[in-house]
Design a protein around this ligand. Structure first.
Ligand code: ATP
Length: 247
């Protein structure tokens, strides 16, 4: 019997990212290889300065690695000029940030539609309303961010990340600014996105409870992969983090 495996949505091959002068380099990433498949959620954890943000930024095409390859949907980002890279990010990648990054003067539906406007696509009203309904905010379409709770703002940000139907969503501490109830709602939304819509999610977090919603946790230390856990639990994650921080 032939086994059908879909190619990974994101492939990282021997990524390095070095900052600073040649005589005093900082190796933020030092040879990271990872495959991220559709319908899977990967949490990235590690001590402060271990390279998590650098990894996320390189994987999402927001920063260029010093060496190594990033492939998204089989396309090698290093082969793209800035215009093509911007287009690929716009069409295939969604972003969710700790600080929501909504535009305060725009309503929830305008914020959610923004990636389509930037792509010079006229958003259909039904498409935007569906995106807001999918995050439980159908009745908040005309509210501005100041009129929404933190959890609701983050859900608008998730609707915005999904409006272009990206293959992969990169989330940087998506629950970092939320109370635990709103945080749980956001995590449950991301879980549904992975299970029901088969998106790939990559999430940087410091929170073992948030990471336990993922299918696996990849640990970084000093810019290298320092192991991973499948079917993670908050307790096992916290134990591993304590080990990594102790050394
Ligand atoms: N623009 C930069 N210039 C110089 N050094 C940098 C730059 N960005 C990151 N670094 C260094 O690279 C290393 C990795 O940083 P990174 O922000 O990826 O870590 P992190 O794991 O996300 O940390 P934290 O958990 O504290 O956010 C750190 O030593 C950091 O000081």
């Amino acid at each position: 019997m032939t086994e059908h495996t879909t190619p990974p949505v994101v492939r990282l091959r021997e990524l390095t990212r070095t900052y600073g002068p040649a005589d005093a380099p900082v190796h933020a990433l030092d040879g990271v290889s990872l495959d991220l498949a559709e319908g899977t959620w990967t949490a990235v954890m590690g001590p402060s300065g271990s390279g998590k943000s650098t990894l996320l930024h390189c994987a999402a095409g927001l920063d260029r690695p010093t060496s190594g390859d990033v492939l998204i949907g089989g396309v090698r980002l290093g082969d793209l000029d800035e215009t093509r890279l911007t287009r690929l990010r716009r069409d295939r990648v969604g972003f969710v940030f700790q600080s929501f990054n909504l535009l305060p003067s725009l309503t929830a539906e305008m914020n959610a539609a923004l990636p389509l406007l930037l792509a010079r696509r006229r958003p259909r009203r039904a498409e935007v309303r569906d995106a807001l309904a999918a995050v439980g905010l159908a009745d908040r379409a005309t509210h501005r961010p100041a009129e929404l709770s933190g959890g609701q703002r983050q859900r608008v940000a998730i609707a915005r990340a999904l409006i272009t139907e990206p293959q992969v969503v990169f989330a940087d501490e998506p629950t970092g600014a939320l109370d635990s109830t709103s945080g749980r709602e956001v995590l449950e939304l991301l879980r549904a996105l992975v299970d029901e819509r088969k998106r790939a999610v990559v999430m940087v977090t410091h929170d073992p409870v948030a990471a336990s919603y993922a299918d696996r946790v990849v640990f970084l230390r000093d810019g290298r992969v320092a192991g991973e856990q499948g079917q993670p639990t908050p307790r096992r994650i916290a134990e591993r983090m304590t080990e990594l921080e102790r050394r």
